[in-house]
Design a protein around this ligand. Structure first.
Ligand SMILES: C[S@@+](CC[C@H](N)C(=O)[O-])C[C@H]1O[C@@H](n2cnc3c(N)ncnc32)[C@H](O)[C@@H]1O
Length: 273
C-alpha cells in the first residue's frame, strides 16, 4: 500500500477507480432523481463534495451546461489528477478540480447554488463540521444533497447463510476504525439543521437485486477489491472470507437468491433565503 492509498480507507488504485465508475452507472437512477429533487439546473454553480475521480462531476457539468460551473473537491491526489486529466481530454471549461481535505474546505461563502456528497460523509471524521463548511458555501436558496448509508449492516444476501453478515460487520467496523461512520445518514438531517439548513426531504433508497444483474455485481465488485486487504490487515479471518466466497458463489447460481442493498438516505437541506 502506498502513502497515497492510505489517504482513504477504500484506496485509490486502478481497480478502485474502475469500480467507482461502475458504481456510478449502477446508481445513476437514484442520483439523477436526487439532483432533480434539489432543483439542480442549467447555469448553476455546483460543488461536488468528495468527488473521487469525477464520475458524477462530469454528469453535473453536463447538467449545468456551459454557463454553469462544477467544482470537485477531494483529498485524493490520484483521483483529483484523474479528474483534471479527464477535464482536459474532454475540453470541459466548466469543471474545476481541487485537492483539499474536506475538514479544511474553504469555498467562498455564498458562492454556489448547490452541493452534492455521495458516499463521502461516511468516511470523514467530523461530518457535522463538513456540513457546516458546505452550508457556508451555499448561497441563500441553495441545496445540499447527501446520499449516504443509514444502516450499512442492513445489507442482506438471501437465502441467508451467515457468512455475508459477518463480512458486512467486518467492513463496517473497518470504516469505524478509519474514523468514519457507516450509518452516518442517520445524523445527516441533524447536521444540516445545526448548520442552519432547512431539511426539505429525507428519502430512503433500498434496492433488491437478483443474480446476473448489474446491481448484483455492485457489492461483489467492492468485496473483490476490498476484502483481500481487510484479511491481510486482520479485520476479517481467512476462514470467514473463504466461507463468504462459497456463500456468494452458491447464491449466484440460485434463481431464488437475491440481495438487498445497504439502506441509504437521500437528504436535501436548503439554505433559507
Ligand atoms: C466512495 S468514494 C465516492 C466518490 C464520489 N462521491 C462518488 O460518488 O463516486 C469516497 C470519496 O471520498 C473522498 N474522501 C474521503 N475522505 C475525505 C476527506 N476528508 N476530504 C476529502 N475527500 C475525502 C475519497 O477520497 C473518495 O474519493
Amino acid at each position: 500500500m502506498t502513502t497515497e492509498d492510505r489517504e482513504y480507507v477504500l484506496g485509490t488504485h486502478d481497480a478502485e477507480l474502475r469500480r467507482l465508475g461502475f458504481q456510478h452507472q449502477v446508481w445513476a437512477g437514484p442520483t439523477v432523481a436526487a439532483w432533480e429533487r434539489a432543483g439542480f439546473a442549467p447555469g448553476q454553480r455546483l460543488l461536488d463534495v468528495g468527488c473521487g475521480p469525477g464520475y458524477a462531476t462530469f454528469d453535473l457539468a453536463d447538467l449545468v451546461g456551459e454557463r454553469g460551473h462544477v467544482l470537485g473537491v477531494d483529498v485524493s491526489q490520484r483521483f483529483v489528477a484523474h479528474l483534471d486529466a479527464e477535464r482536459a481530454r474532454r475540453g470541459h471549461a466548466n469543471v474545476e478540480a481541487r485537492l483539499q481535505d474536506l475538514a479544511a474546505l474553504d469555498v467562498a461563502p455564498a458562492s454556489v447554488d448547490g452541493a452534492w456528497a455521495r458516499w463521502v460523509l461516511c468516511f470523514v471524521r467530523d461530518p457535522a463540521a463538513v456540513t457546516a463548511r458546505v452550508a457556508r458555501a451555499l448561497r441563500p436558496g441553495g441545496a445540499f444533497v447527501v446520499m449516504d448509508y443509514v444502516h450499512y449492516e442492513g445489507f442482506a444476501l438471501a437465502p441467508g447463510g451467515g457468512a455475508a453478515a459477518r463480512v458486512i460487520s467486518a467492513v463496517a467496523e473497518s470504516f469505524r476504525r478509519a474514523g468514519g461512520d457507516p450509518n452516518v445518514g442517520q445524523s445527516v438531517p441533524a447536521h444540516m439543521r445545526d448548520a442552519g439548513l432547512v431539511v426539505e426531504s429525507v428519502e430512503s433508497v433500498v434496492r433488491a437485486a437478483r443474480p446476473g444483474t448489474a446491481l448484483w455485481e455492485w457489492p461483489w465488485s467492492f468485496f473483490r477489491n476490498f476484502l483481500p486487504g481487510l484479511v491481510a490487515a486482520g479485520g476479517l479471518s481467512a476462514e470467514d472470507h473463504a466461507a463468504f466466497e462459497r456463500e456468494w458463489a452458491a447464491r449466484a447460481d440460485d434463481p431464488a437468491a437475491f440481495l438487498l442493498t445497504p439502506p441509504m438516505v437521500v437528504v436535501v437541506g436548503r439554505k433559507p433565503r
